[in-house]
Every structure is written in C-alpha cells, then in structure tokens.
Design a protein around this ligand. Structure first.
Ligand code: SF4
Length: 87
C-alpha cells in the first residue's frame, strides 16, 4: 500500500461532496490523496500554511467548485455540483 494523506478522513471536500459526486471524488483521491500528486494538493498546502482547512468547495487543483445560480432554482441545481478536475 502507498502513502495516504493524513487528512483524508476529515477532508471537507469529500465529507461534503462525496455523497453526490462519488466517482469524481474517487478520482481525486487516487490522484492526490493516495497518489503521486499529493505534494501538489492546494487544499493540503492551504491547511499547512494556515493551520485550518480551506473551503469545502476548493478542489485539490486549487479551482473552486462553481454553482450555477442564474435565475434557476439553486437548491435543485446545487444537488449535483459539477466536479471538474485538471483533466
Ligand atoms: S484533497 Fe488534499 S488535503 Fe484533502 S485529503 Fe486529499 S490530499 Fe489531503
């Protein structure tokens, strides 16, 4: 087994979004939390620099999850936010 980020069990990105975006979250976990890009995780960097975690909506790449508000019902659209990674 390889190494794993010490904050994985409590990382807000996953505690908040994994129930509705499990596949995308699994991809981030494989790439960052248990993978070769852990050292590039902006969430981890923010946490170490500030002593507290960033927004639950910040991705490991540093991008923020964006919720469409426009003139539609946000409560319905926000049920499945789009997780888009660096590719
Ligand atoms: S997203 Fe970053 S801070 Fe969160 S568990 Fe994964 S590597 Fe750690």
């Amino acid at each position: 087994m390889g190494q794993e980020c010490e904050f994985l069990a409590e990382c807000g990105l996953f505690t908040k979004h994994q129930p509705t975006n499990d596949l995308a979250c699994q991809g981030f976990i494989k790439m960052y939390c248990q993978g070769p890009k852990m050292g590039e995780c902006r969430r981890l960097e923010h946490r170490l620099q500030n002593g507290m975690p960033p927004s639950d909506d910040m991705l490991p790449s540093g991008n923020m999850l964006l919720f469409k508000s426009e003139d539609e019902n946000l409560s319905q659209r926000s049920a499945s936010p789009s997780l888009t990674g660096p590719g």
